[in-house]
Design a protein around this ligand. Structure first.
Ligand code: IMP
Length: 198
């Protein structure tokens, strides 16, 4: 059976990726199972650069096929910030809540709340990248936090066409429409091919 390494140490992200890949006949492991592997420096300006770096370094460090995801939140009124720097928007070692508070503070009194989540997923083997896919979900930043499910910016992001935030949806409802769900569904046929060949 193909052993697929999810190149992340973020338990929230790993849980979503596991849900989205649940139908595949693969053995899923994550970087939490490889604690001594060095952390990838996410220093690229585009999501594909960071996701590609994470996938390749993990593949070369373990010899496994790896799937990495890099996500950004692009807020129109902030000229695309936090963008690829979504994790450290409020500073090094800040919390999810620090980041949400900063976004709400910067948008206080601002009419244009339009934003977009983008996820790039990269599948790589030790000898190179196999596939790159992107998923996007437009939406808006709410004026206050709503909902308690989810992580990161979920409680301040209402996807287009919904009055609810990601954090007010169930996991299954979020996965059906989310940026990560869209990217992963584009990757599924590639993974299915790999499984058939393995
Ligand atoms: P990363 O660089 O891909 O790890 O993600 C950057 C940051 O974006 C994370 O630290 C979270 O704060 C946020 N983020 C990533 N995915 C999601 C999501 O699905 N919902 C809400 N926030 C997210």
């Amino acid at each position: 059976m193909l052993k697929l390494l999810l190149a992340s140490r973020n338990p929230d992200k790993i849980a979503e990726l596991r849900d989205l890949l649940a139908g595949l006949e693969v053995q899923l492991v994550s970087l939490l199972d490889y604690p001594t592997l060095p952390e990838t420096l996410e220093d690229r300006d585009i999501l594909a650069g960071n996701a590609g770096k994470k996938a390749l370094e993990a593949a070369q460090g373990t010899g496994l096929t790896c799937l990495a995801d890099d996500t950004g939140l692009f807020i129109d009124a902030l000229e695309g910030a936090p963008g690829v720097r979504a994790a450290r928007f409020a500073g090094e070692s800040c919390s999810y809540k620090d980041n949400r508070d900063k976004a709400l503070r910067l948008l206080s009194g601002v009419q244009n709340r339009q934003a977009e989540f983008r996820t790039c997923v990269v599948l790589a083997a030790p000898d190179g990248i196999i596939s790159i896919q992107e998923g996007r979900m437009p939406g808006s930043i709410t004026t206050s936090e709503r909902g308690s499910n989810g992580f990161g910016y979920d409680s301040i992001f209402a996807p287009e066409g919904s009055k609810l935030t990601y954090a007010e949806l169930t996991d299954a409802e979020k996965n059906l429409i989310s940026h990560r769900g869209r990217a992963l569904r584009l990757m599924l046929p590639v993974l299915q091919d790999l499984i058939t060949l393995a």
